[in-house]
Design a protein around this ligand. Structure first.
Ligand code: SAH
Length: 210
């Protein structure tokens, strides 16, 4: 796992491009500048790791586009060290590394065993210690609820009720909603007392939630 000056330089450029596209959260940009995205992709794709594009990671899945990772992370708003965050769709583990870098107490679920194993290995090598699970994230992780933040990184037809139930009061959930190729980025805030507030934040394209 090497991270050369060239990689670092390309990453700096990528982060500048993402900031130009409207991402303002300094902590998010710093985390993205620090984490070698190419470690989460197959060797053959090293050249592509620092383009603002999604890429195949095996099992028919993709590592999300860097801008999308930044956008979802900014919207999620991880503020305090040790905030409990649930991610649905670990995939490559890249988004998970960003959340760990933001000092979240991270729980992440992936349904493909091969991806789960790979993510577990690389995150461990990097010294991060998220709790990773292999299984169906549609039902969340009731045993570990409630969560301060929930981030879904695959397109869901609607917001799964189990995830809403597992969101703490004062919590935020970011989930791309929609069937087919495109989804509406949706933010769900659970107010004190349990009232839900829903807002939408543009159109994105994710692999589907299964
Ligand atoms: N956050 C990932 C993005 C991966 S794409 C990254 O940074 O690379 C979305 C992932 O969601 C895929 O790996 C897919 O296998 C997974 N997924 C889809 N439906 C799921 C479900 N019901 N439970 C858990 N994971 C799911």
């Amino acid at each position: 796992m090497e991270d050369s000056y060239r990689h670092k330089g390309l990453r700096k450029k990528l982060v500048r491009a993402i900031a130009d596209k409207g991402i303002e959260d300094k902590a998010v940009l710093q985390a993205m500048e620090k984490i070698p995205r190419h470690w989460f992709m197959d060797n053959a794709f090293v050249e592509y790791a620092y383009q603002d594009q999604a890429f195949p990671i095996g099992s028919g899945q993709t590592i999300s586009q860097p801008y999308t990772v930044a956008f979802q992370t900014e919207l999620l708003g991880v503020r305090k060290r040790g905030e409990k965050v649930l991610e649905v769709g670990t995939g490559s583990g890249y988004q998970a590394a960003i959340l760990c870098e933001l000092k979240a107490k991270l729980f992440s679920i992936e349904r493909h065993r091969h991806l789960y194993e790979k993510a577990k290995y690389i995150l461990g090598e990097m010294g991060y210690r998220p709790r990773l699970f292999c299984g169906d994230g549609y039902k969340g992780l009731p045993a570990y609820a409630p969560f301060d933040r929930i981030l879904v990184t695959c397109g869901a037809p609607e917001i799964p009720q189990d995830l809403i139930d597992q969101l703490d009061e004062g919590g935020r959930m970011v989930v791309p909603i929609g069937q087919g190729d495109v989804q509406t980025m949706t933010l769900l805030e659970k107010k004190k007392g349990g009232e839900l507030h829903r807002s939408t934040h543009g159109i994105f394209s994710f692999v589907p939630m299964k």
